[in-house]
Ligand binder design. Structure first.
Ligand code: GLC
Ligand code: CA
Length: 582
């Protein structure tokens, strides 16, 4: 049953596309996707897709992507097999950190659309069984947010304590040595009230004081605002930075300098990150989401110091994040079978059957296409990576453009850099623009992203070949492989619910078994430029003596091979199914 969505659709067709649905609040959560099996929560089987809204699709010709652009591309996403989208911040913002500096939590920046556009996006997504996750930026606001304007206006303003204010150190200067993640001191002096305020990120992003119960109440109401509008969950931003040490103990330094700086040492964020209070707060965030039923999801942007600490983010009683991010694959700098096998194994030990959110690319790091590509077999390697993400025991998060092999396109001139961090530490650091370039829809002007003269970031040269229109016509493209691999995952009980077992210790081939009682699969990823082979140990492999090829980035499926010797082409990625009774 999908009453809300159908109603919204009727209203829309009657009134053109400008009408919001009559009551988005009544919109029931969408039914489980046909591919989902059993009683597992929807997100356990879902394929997620991160949309950097500025760069996805522009419908009003200003060179910047918008909410209507996402709505316009929902059919594309549905066809791709995406179950849920995570949209980066679209709230009113001065855009210093491109939306991660929010000046109004309960509205849409005119650059991106209106609340009515958002309601329509939710209704249209749900109608296609696509869930919608929004970004929740709770550690800090914009310095233009009315809360901060009030807070900085005087020391006795009722909202003074909503942010983290301190006197200068005795003798002057910042209260302590804490550095901002984006460089320099985390403290900025405010002449009006002669105190410093704290900001873990840019000075235009003052940290909220989470020790103040009014702050918590206000943010919980923000969450309810969006949950009532029908969002299926939140990706919660920068959660490790929520609380700070109340004693302001100084952070230890590392010996090395920050890349691009001759004076700033890298700092170990011992006292302004990972505070024990954070973990108590995570449970409370979850209880707000749970007010709207067990289906609503909390994803954490979690950067544990050691992989072992990932476990803590689920909560002692699994009452915090259902899905903490696992950035260990994203941080892997080279294609290396041993490294991937170890990282996955460590994850398995830590999460003990809980779902983990795997990603290889996002809006803060270089794209996997060129980070892990060799420059010669990049498309083949991109398919290998896609297959890995879709076959590991975890929840895959793809970043827009990953399905067409978009490359990191870093600015070559300082004048072109948009991300402030890239301007500050140029040329050692060039910011995050490279992984945020416009989506490549067609081979035409501006890659079909915008009708504007100039998109907000330049179109990479690879748009000529790597775009949706061209690649959807090519049965051997990354895009078509992506669709096939998602389809395989959806129809395979072993991939959706099976256990995970690594096979062998080959330095070139990362191989593993996924199995349920009714199906055993072998996934073999040759991460080297040499032909390789897998010989299955009959003690560890219980899928039978004969295997059938289900998918490969090199050859056609259907072929049968012997478990005794499975040869793989350079960078071949393949899934085989054990033939029962063989
Ligand atoms: C998160 C976001 C990043 C942003 C930062 C500050 O790390 O992913 O893009 O700059 O938080 O909000
Ligand atoms: Ca904080």
């Amino acid at each position: 049953m999908f009453t809300g969505g159908v109603l919204a659709e009727l209203l829309l067709s009657a009134a053109g596309c400008t009408m919001p649905p009559a009551s988005p609040h009544a919109d029931p959560p969408p039914p489980a996707h046909p591919g989902a099996a059993g009683d597992a929560p929807w997100w356990k089987h879902a394929v997620f897709y991160e949309i950097y809204i500025r760069s996805f699709y522009d419908t009003n010709g200003d060179g910047i992507g918008d909410l209507n652009g996402i709505t316009a591309k929902l059919d594309y996403l549905a066809e791709l097999g995406i179950d849920a989208i995570w949209i980066t911040p679209f709230y009113p913002s001065p855009q210093v950190d491109f939306g991660y500096d929010v000046s109004d939590y309960e509205n849409v920046d005119p650059e991106f659309g209106t609340l009515a556009d958002f309601d329509r996006l939710i209704a249209e997504a749900h109608r296609r069984h696509i869930r919608v996750i929004t970004d929740l930026v709770i550690n800090h606001t914009s310095d233009q947010h009315p809360w901060f304007r009030a807070s900085r206006s005087s020391r006795d303003n009722p909202q003074r304590d909503w942010y983290v204010w301190h006197d200068p150190a005795p003798g002057g200067g910042p209260p302590n040595n804490w550095a901002s993640a984006f460089g320099s001191s985390a403290w900025t002096y405010d002449a009006t009230t002669r105190q410093y305020y704290y900001h873990f990120f840019y000075p235009q992003q003052p940290d909220l004081n989470w020790r103040n119960p009014q702050v918590e109440r206000a943010m919980f109401d923000v969450m309810r605002f969006w949950l009532r509008r029908g969002v299926d969950g939140f990706r919660v931003d920068a959660i490790d930075a929520l609380f700070e040490d109340p004693e302001l103990r100084p952070n230890p330094y590392e010996a090395r300098l920050r890349p691009g700086s001759a004076t700033e040492h890298v700092q170990h964020f011992k006292y302004n990150k990972y505070r024990p209070e954070n973990f108590e707060e995570f449970r409370r965030l979850r209880s707000v989401v749970a007010e709207f039923g067990p289906e609503r999801l909390l994803i954490g942007e979690t950067y544990p110091r050691r992989i072992g600490e990932l476990r803590k983010y689920y909560g002692e009683h699994d009452d915090a994040f259902q899905l903490p991010f696992n950035f260990y694959l994203l941080r892997q700098p080279r294609l290396d079978a041993t490294a991937f096998r170890n990282k996955v194994q460590q994850t398995e030990w830590v999460v003990r059957g809980r779902p983990t959110a795997y990603a290889l690319s996002n809006h803060d790091d270089r794209r996997a296409y060129d980070r892990l590509g060799d420059g010669l077999h990049d498309d083949r390697i991109a398919k290998l990576l896609t297959l890995m993400l879709l076959t590991l025991r975890g929840v895959p998060f793809f970043y827009y453009g990953e399905e067409i092999g978009m490359t990191t396109t870093t600015p070559e001139r300082l004048a072109d850099v948009r991300d402030p961090i890239g301007r500050r530490y140029w040329p050692a650091q060039r910011g995050r623009d490279g992984e945020r370039t416009p989506m490549q829809w067609t081979a035409a002007r501006n890659a079909g992203f915008t009708t504007a003269q100039r998109p907000w970031l330049p179109i990479p040269p690879s748009a000529a070949t790597h775009n949706v229109a061209t690649m959807s016509q090519d049965p051997r493209s990354i895009l078509r492989f992506f669709e096939d691999a998602v389809r395989l995952r959806r129809s395979s009980a072993a991939l959706l619910d099976g256990d995970y077992r690594p096979l062998g210790e080959d330095p070139h081939v990362f191989a593993y078994q996924r199995s349920v009682p009714t199906q055993t699969l072998l996934i073999a990823l040759n991460m080297s430029r040499w032909p390789s082979a897998v010989r299955l140990d009959p003690i560890k492999w219980d899928g039978g003596a004969e295997l059938e090829l289900k998918i490969s980035n090199v050859r056609l499926p259907g072929q049968r091979v012997s478990a005794a010797w499975i040869s793989l082409a350079p960078y071949e990625a393949a899934v085989f199914e054990g033939v029962r009774g063989s």
